[in-house]
Design a protein around this ligand. Structure first.
Ligand code: HEM
Length: 426
């Protein structure tokens, strides 16, 4: 049952039946209170496409301050535990504002152009083939393909040794678990995140030191080679001593290097896992669209965009107001947190015709699933390549793919949307 208009708080997303299908709940918010103050959670909630798109390009709203406000909302004991994690997050392009963001983004962009990412095609194809080879008459798509694939790919992109993958998979899962703006984060999750960050940081620092003597074409090498001319962009240890800090605006500090590698690891895999899971589910639940895609494989690109629009793995992101700002008659006060529901924006009937219909031929322009403006997802070309190879290979090899059970369990994460398991018959 949907909540009444008086109780439209995001706490409802913790209810299992709403988590299973949050779209009618979003619709209610969008119609009755599109700029909603959530008293219980202590933040604003925006649900309309136009309002969210405007906010993303409005420099009165900040990512960096959003992170800071999120931290300040934690009880003091939790702040002490989580401080190193939030400090590290603040060094990333994900959680920074210009000019720091502009600087970091220009350094990281090199490794995410479609041309650079395309180099990974053979590796991704081989990995998908191998993962699917182990399957028999049935498989859990999440466990057997969608979960291992992205972590292997992001590790290959960064240049992390294959043998260490289980280790950093566990670390990045721990960091991923605490993203989002809920006020009360379970203490054990914060403790695990802090512990994992410490271990991950030591690991990346050590790897960076070794990589400097053996540079390749991976992201770590690219970031290490971004320097002011002497080839030594990050401070490093000589005789056990930290020898230098960043000396020019074109260089990354060691903290920034480690933090940004960490954030790529933690944001870069589970999102893609859920794209593959949510996408195959949508196709299996809409046999006419599945058939159309098999008959016209050239629709794959637009099918991936439709999957992202229809059931986005990233449902919510946030900003904080740097000054008092009025939106459609409501005043967002300086410092207020504003949650933006992308899953709702992409189903807004003011923007998309028949938004609840899954239509892989849809040609209505940009969805907001990768964001908009300066923080637009840097991983988008990689995600699209991975999804393209995964969907093409599965549908070619298993043309009779079908859901094994109608009972689906969704993850409990407050901002990401994806299945715990997806059992299929092959
Ligand atoms: C289906 C998969 C994915 C979705 C739906 C997605 C979605 C998003 C969204 C909505 C944002 C903007 C956040 C905001 O403005 O508040 C974003 C930013 C970002 N994403 Fe993704 N993402 C995905 C996969 C990835 C992958 C695979 C990577 C890394 C390899 C990645 C790395 C990033 C980074 C670093 C940013 C911050 C960019 C910046 O602030 O300039 N994402 N993503």
């Amino acid at each position: 049952m949907l909540p009444s208009i008086e109780t439209l708080g995001l706490v409802n997303l913790q209810r299992e039946e709403i988590r299973a299908n949050p779209y009618p709940f979003y619709e209610k918010l969008r119609i009755h209170d599109p700029i909603h103050w959530d008293e219980e959670m202590g933040f604003w909630v925006l649900t309309r496409y136009d309002d969210i798109a405007s906010l993303y390009t409005d420099d009165r709203f900040s990512r960096a301050q959003g992170l800071m406000r999120n931290f300040e909302r934690l009880p003091e004991t939790q702040q002490q535990i989580a401080q190193p994690v939030y400090h590290s997050f603040s060094k990333t392009l994900f959680y920074s504002d210009p000019p720091q963001h502009t600087h970091l983004r220009s350094l990281m962009n090199h490794a995410f152009t479609p041309r650079y990412v395309e180099r990974l095609r053979p590796y991704i194809q081989d990995t998908v083939n191998q993962l699917l080879d182990t399957s028999n008459h049935e498989m859990d798509i999440i466990r057997d393909l969608a979960y291992p694939l992205p972590v292997m790919v992001i590790a290959e992109l960064i240049g992390l040794p294959a043998s260490d993958r289980p280790k950093f998979k566990a670390w990045s899962d721990d960091l991923f678990a605490i993203l989002g703006t809920v006020k009360h984060k379970p203490q054990h999750l914060l403790e695990r995140a802090a512990q994992s960050l410490g271990e991950m940081t030591e690991y990346i620092k050590d790897l960076a030191r070794k990589r400097r003597d053996n540079m390749g074409e991976d992201l770590l090498s690219i970031l290490l080679s971004v320097s002011d001319g002497d080839g030594c962009p990050v401070p490093h240890h000589t005789s056990g001593r930290l020898v230098r800090e960043s000396q020019s605006a074109s260089m990354l500090t060691e903290d920034e290097l480690v933090a940004n590698i960490n954030i790529l690891l933690s944001t870069g895999h589970e999102t893609t896992t859920h794209l593959i899971g949510n996408g195959l589910l949508a196709l299996m639940e809409h046999p006419d669209q599945m058939r159309l895609l098999k008959e016209q494989p050239e629709l794959l690109g637009s099918a991936i965009d439709e999957i992202l629009r229809y059931d986005n793995p990233v449902q919510i992101t946030y900003r904080s107001a740097l000054e008092d700002a009025e939106i459609k008659g409501k005043t967002i006060r300086k410092g207020d947190l504003v949650n933006t529901i992308l899953g709702s924006a992409d189903r807004d009937p003011e923007r998309f015709n028949n938004p609840n219909q899954f239509d892989i031929t849809r040609d209505e322009g940009r969805h907001l699933s990768f964001g908009l403006g300066i923080h637009y997802c840097i991983g988008a070309p990689l995600v699209k390549l991975e999804a393209e190879i995964a969907f093409e290979t599965i549908l070619r090899r298993f043309p009779h793919l079908a859901l094994k059970s109608d009972i689906l369990e969704w993850q409990e994460h407050p901002i990401f949307r994806g299945l715990k398991k997806l059992w299929v018959k092959l």
